[in-house]
Design a protein around this ligand. Structure first.
Ligand SMILES: [Zn+2]
Length: 305
């Protein structure tokens, strides 16, 4: 097994090169997995997503590597993959970070919708190779409409509602499906809007919280879509509209200044406190978790309330 040790040594040297020493997909340091189809070094979390695509992965340290696969990794690597698959990522498109935490629900299900869709968009759908797409990608057109499951105001029931996003109007509009002829239920300005994935709060792995200002009030919409691709398209379409708005509002702002302002991750920045009384948050969180775990309600869960 001379080759085994030799190949492992080569891989360990390869992964120390500056471009390879960060996960190709989320930037986590010291990746110890690699996709030998794409020739990229990735972290454990991203390797799980690659495994579910047709992109085969191996552990650098634990798996056996054939000579030709090691040769392939030598010829490719993270820098050349980036030049090919990330040639034209729109500035507003959300790139997952290594420490993105979308909540306990993601941990339980061992998946993160943003990370998975970023990897699929990059390598499977090849959205960022700079080729002209026809029809154009939905989040790039400045207009997007579709149905989302929206949580009712008075109860926890989700109902299908039509949403329309317009970059020209800088607005997000939604309708009560039965009464579309009566006009929109709400027209929300993009100006003070935030969107953040909150799966545990919404009780769905694709749960998106949309927060906005309505006169003096901070209001929330809780929505999801069954399709992970669809909900991430909505998220990036909203980010595209926010980016366009920020460009108009701060014409001299650089991308470095504007991009962090597009959306905020509420868990990271303590934004959650603004969204409602703590007790209600906690109860909703418990209910969401309970639904996920699909176990019967027990009175002890509410003890002390
Ligand atoms: Zn990663």
């Amino acid at each position: 097994m001379a080759n085994r040790e030799r190949n492992k040594k080569i891989l360990l040297q390869l992964v120390k090169r500056p471009d390879n020493s960060w996960c190709a997909d989320c930037g986590a340091p010291d990746p110890d997995w690699a996709s030998y189809k794409l020739g990229v070094f990735v972290c454990l979390n991203c390797s799980g997503i690659h495994r579910s695509l047709s992109s085969q992965v191996k552990s650098i340290k634990l798996d056996f590597w054939e000579d030709e696969l090691v040769e392939f990794m030598k010829l490719n690597g993270n820098a050349s993959s980036k030049a090919l698959y990330e040639k034209a990522v729109p500035p507003y498109y959300y790139r997952p970070q290594q420490n993105d935490f979308e909540g306990v629900l993601c941990l339980l299900l061992n998946r993160s919708v943003l990370r998975e869709q970023w990897i699929r968009a990059k390598y499977e759908r090849m959205e960022f190779k700079g080729e002209i797409k026809y029809p154009p990608l939905s989040y790039t057109t400045g207009f997007y409409e579709g149905l989302l499951w929206k949580k009712g105001k008075e109860n926890t029931q989700f109902l299908k509602r039509k949403f329309v996003l317009s970059e020209r109007e800088f607005s997000l509009t939604y309708y009560n499906k039965e009464n579309e002829s009566k006009g929109p239920k709400a027209v929300i300005s993009i100006k003070d809007l935030n969107a953040t994935f909150q799966p545990e709060k919404i009780g769905h792995p694709h749960g998106l919280q949309i927060t906005y200002q309505d006169a003096d009030h901070t209001r929330n919409l809780y929505v999801y879509h069954e399709s992970p691709e669809e909900i991430v398209t909505w998220y990036n379409a909203i980010r595209a509209a926010r980016y366009a708005y920020l460009k108009t509002a701060y014409p001299t702002g650089s991308d470095e200044e504007l991009i962090p302002k597009i959306t905020r991750n509420s868990l990271k920045e303590g934004y959650m406190e603004k969204t409602g009384p703590l007790e209600r948050e906690q109860r909703e969180w418990l209910e969401a978790l309970r639904r996920v775990l699909s176990r019967p309600m027990s009175p002890q869960d509410y003890a002390g309330e």
